[in-house]
Design a protein around this ligand. Structure first.
Ligand code: 76G
Ligand code: MG
Length: 214
């Protein structure tokens, strides 16, 4: 059967990247998306904002919802302190298989736990399966209509602490209006919008950073 876009992206990483060099993997993916095929990675413009928030938070416990090909996984993992691991959830097994290879090519496999399944099923299992008390940093980049139910799930499962930072991709395009309304109007969050553009395009998009106030 015909290859998938993520599989063609992996080939481009193996051809143009340098094994063990996360920066080269990030550049190879961005080049592929700009010159060969658009793909829904967070991209370089929003990726730089992601980098700055991760660096500022310097998290010990990290969750990513929506691995896709592992682009943002690599961006986050390359910035984590030694010994810190990030958990990333992916629903699509074909994409998860590609992500594992891209993460390994970057040399970051020891800093990443990739779990296949849906957030609704896996979030309630975080404490028992991974010994997580609370998350310092959460990157939301999965189904846009799951952002709101999943943030409520985090609250219900006691996975947030005073100061936990949630960073959400695509709050403008494709858009997450109910999530935005919730985090911007809830007294339990301090929210800030980072304007940018949809990856590799001129279309308006941005990231919403929300700090849980306890
Ligand atoms: O859908 C997007 N991303 C989610 C993929 C869903 C994968 C999932 C992972 C997972 C893990 C755990 N539980 C459940 C799930 S579901 C997405 C789409 C666009 C876009 C923008 C304009 C377009 F014209 C066309 C696409 C841009 C983006 O940056 C995206 O992130
Ligand atoms: Mg996205």
């Amino acid at each position: 059967t015909r290859s998938t876009r993520p599989q063609r992206m992996l080939k481009a990483v193996q051809k143009n990247g340098t094994k063990g060099n996360p920066e080269s993997v990030i550049s190879a993916i961005d080049y592929f998306c700009k010159h060969s095929e658009w793909a829904m990675n967070v991209g370089d413009e929003k990726g730089s904002i992601l980098d700055s928030v991760v660096t500022e938070v310097n998290p010990s416990t990290v969750l990513e919802l929506g691995t896709y090909c592992g682009y943002s996984t690599v961006r986050i993992a390359r910035l984590l302190s030694p010994g810190t691991k990030l958990i990333t959830l992916e629903f699509n097994p074909v994409n998860a298989a590609v992500a594992r290879q891209i993460i390994a090519y970057a040399g970051l496999q020891d800093k990443v736990i990739l779990v296949e399944g849906s957030s609704g099923d896996l979030i309630p299992q975080m404490k028992e399966r991974f010994g997580i008390m609370t998350f310092d940093f959460i990157f939301l980049d999965h189904w846009k209509d799951r952002y709101l139910p999943d943030i409520k799930l985090f609250e219900e499962c006691g996975l947030l602490r005073k100061g936990s930072v949630l960073l959400a991709d695509n709050v403008i395009c494709p858009g997450t209006p109910e999530y935005l309304e919730y985090v911007r109007n809830s007294p339990r969050y301090e929210s800030k919008y980072y304007p940018a553009h949809l990856e590799y395009t001129k279309v308006e998009d941005g990231l919403e950073k929300s700090v849980f106030l306890g």
